[in-house]
Design a protein around this ligand. Structure first.
Ligand SMILES: NC(=O)c1ccc[n+]([C@@H]2O[C@H](COP(=O)([O-])OP(=O)(O)OC[C@H]3O[C@@H](n4cnc5c(N)ncnc54)[C@H](O)[C@@H]3O)[C@@H](O)[C@H]2O)c1
Length: 273
């Protein structure tokens, strides 16, 4: 590690688990001070205690605008500023295979956390950054927001909204030197897969099957890790990306590049065998 983020203060929402936690650890390793904002108090407090005095926990529900305002105020008060806002917290839709049977019971909560939470998180952070020379805002979308696909309709719509919002915010906030970018993770094994399949009788088996499907559509031959996403977040948080705003960075082993597998080669092989 090379102190890419020394002197920077960051907030990571959803920082208690998965991609958020890996990002907190990587930001710290790069010299930042970090506030972990999460709805899971027990986990968040224990992660912060484990990581030492440069990591603090602030209980936050990103669906609540007042709590986001308090989070920014707490961060500025504790660490003297805010340079990086990683709006990463997110929840999945319960995975259902058939649109016609979807009752959209979780639609409002998905939109409140996955979309409005990002919008409000950007707004509260940007208010501080605009008045203090600028900053970097990173939003987590998903390959499900980039590509169409089946199932998870509310989640896909929310994550597509994150991409469009990110571009609009980047345009609006450019004059304040506030950059806004989004990362589209794909196929990263974290607890979110278990949450998405928790309604099924055998969630563990469903997660294994999902990981196998991801493997079959992924050009790179290895599964991603939360740290793969954290490295992209460090780039977007650091001065290395000083001229980059309004972008979508897929970190997905190549899934959104297109279909993996060479159908023509398979046909040719069969015919010429
Ligand atoms: N894992 C993947 O393959 C993948 C793919 C695409 C996008 N994502 C996105 O990455 C982000 C992180 O997901 P993850 O895979 O690390 O999952 P995760 O479940 O491990 O972590 C999500 C964290 O967000 C927190 N959280 C949930 N609701 C919250 C709220 N209202 N306020 C504050 N915190 C809240 C949870 O407590 C948890 O700590 C999410 O936005 C998710 O949609 C993940």
């Amino acid at each position: 590690m090379s102190n890419e983020l020394s002197d920077k203060v960051a907030i990571v929402t959803g920082g208690a688990s998965g991609i958020g936690r890996a990002s907190v650890e990587t930001f710290l390793a790069e010299g930042a001070r970090v506030v972990i904002a999460d709805i899971n108090r027990e986990l968040g407090e224990s992660v912060a205690a484990e990581l030492g005095p440069d990591a603090l926990f602030k209980h936050t529900d990103v669906a609540d605008s007042e709590q986001l305002a308090d989070l920014v105020a707490f961060t500025v008060e504790s660490f003297g500023g805010l340079h990086v806002m990683f709006n990463n917290a997110g929840i999945p839709t319960a995975m259902r295979g058939n649109f016609l049977d979807d009752d959209f019971a979780d639609f409002d909560r998905i939109m409140a956390v996955d979309l409005l939470g990002v919008i409000r998180g950007t707004q509260h952070a940007a208010r501080h950054m605009a008045a203090n020379g600028g900053g970097s805002i990173i939003n987590t979308t998903s390959i499900g927001g980039v590509q169409g696909g089946t199932g998870e309709f509310a989640y896909r719509a929310a994550k597509a909204g994150v991409i469009h919002f990110t571009k609009c915010a980047a345009i609006d906030l450019g004059r304040y030197n506030v950059r806004v970018n989004t990362i589209a993770p794909g196929a990263i094994p974290t607890p979110i897969l278990g949450t998405a399949t928790a309604h099924l009788p055998d969630s563990d088996s469903a997660v294994r099957q999902l990981r196998a499907v991801m493997k079959s559509i992924r050009p790179l031959d290895r599964e991603g890790s939360p740290t793969d996403i954290a490295h992209a977040a460090v780039y977007l948080a650091s001065e290395r990306s000083a001229y980059v705003t309004g972008t979508v960075l897929p970190v997905d082993g190549g899934i959104t590049a297109g279909l993996a597998g060479n159908a023509m080669a398979a046909i040719e092989q069969e015919q010429l065998a």
